[in-house]
Design a protein. Structure first.
Length: 263
């Protein structure tokens, strides 16, 4: 069994790699920072005796899914589990943001995710087995002022994945949108402590939660009871304008400068 994980050079992606390696899955690790991927590959191969393939790639590149899929074919690798985890958020008002930054955000968070799934899904359906895990966010559930494109991209991930899960019924392939709240990763190194909203949880705990939900046949799940209450009850009951205003206060910009971060 082989799992391909995007954004595997740090944070949640690396935690997925560690969990899958511990379960004796071979791995394909994708991200831009080759040195980080190679260090993780050496450590995981050594500790768990699994095969780890490093595939450095920038997911903003046009057609990157073709290059990744060609590389998998060339190396004879069949992917059984695809984790679309790479993502980042521009933390600034739209009026202050550059079109290029916002386009890159959509490209990594949405376009590359759809591209990779579209390339790898036919093989999974043909084999009548496979899993797709897409990383959403608690930001998937309401508009997020000051991170407007990020919130919209994560709403896309949730909607797309839940629709896909229905399309895949009876095929033997599962799709899950895993929606973390605040999670301890490099996000807070980049965005600073002011970006932390609510209690932070560990990436390892998030991954265990996600895999339980996948194996239970869920199509989406929110990590943390407090986060799930806000996403599934409060955000649905309050008027959209009200929940957007509350989210805007939580993500307000302390300094009027731009931060680029995941979250
Ligand atoms: N941490 C949180 O509180 C939180 C909450 C909700 C959702 N999330 C989501 O969780 C996912 C993982 O984020 P994280 O928290 O683990 O943050 P992180 O530690 O900053 O990880 C982000 C990963 O995405 C990769 N990445 C970013 N841009 C890329 C690009 N252009 N091409 C290829 N890879 C790229 C990074 O690798 P390179 O820099 O090496 O390319 C890195 O491995 C993201 O989708 C994020 O939106 C995080």
């Amino acid at each position: 069994m082989t799992a391909l994980i995007t954004g595997a050079s740090s944070g949640i992606g690396l935690a997925f790699a560690e969990q899958f390696a511990a379960e004796r899955h071979d791995l394909v690790l994708v991200a831009r920072r080759r040195d980080r991927l190679e260090a993780a590959a050496a450590r995981l191969q050594d500790r768990h005796g699994v095969r780890v393939t490093v595939l450095p790639a920038d997911l903003t590149e046009d057609g990157i899914w073709d290059r990744i899929s060609d590389e998998l074919d060339a190396q004879g690798i069949t992917v059984n589990t695809l984790v679309n985890n790479a993502g980042f958020g521009v933390h600034d008002d739209v009026a202050n943001s550059s079109p290029a930054d916002l386009a890159r955000e959509v490209q990594v968070n949405c376009t590359a995710l759809v591209g990779l799934i579209t390339k790898l899904l036919p093989g999974m359906v043909e084999r009548r087995s496979g899993s797709i895990i897409n990383i959403g966010s608690t930001a998937s559930f309401q508009p997020v002022p000051h991170m407007a494109v990020y919130g919209a991209s994560k709403a896309f991930v949730l909607s797309f994945t839940e629709a896909l899960a229905v399309e895949l019924r009876g095929t033997g392939v599962r799709a899950l949108a895993l929606c973390p709240g605040a999670t301890d990763t490099e996000f807070f190194d980049v965005a600073g402590e002011s970006a932390r909203t609510g209690r932070s949880r560990s990436a390892a705990d998030l991954v265990r939660h996600g895999l339980r939900a996948l194996r239970a046949g869920r199509s989406s799940t929110v990590h943390g009871l407090d986060n799930a209450l806000v996403a599934n009850i409060v955000a649905r009951l309050l008027p959209r304008r009200t929940i957007a205003a509350i989210a805007g206060r939580a993500t307000g910009l302390p300094q009027e400068n731009q931060n680029v971060s995941a979250g």
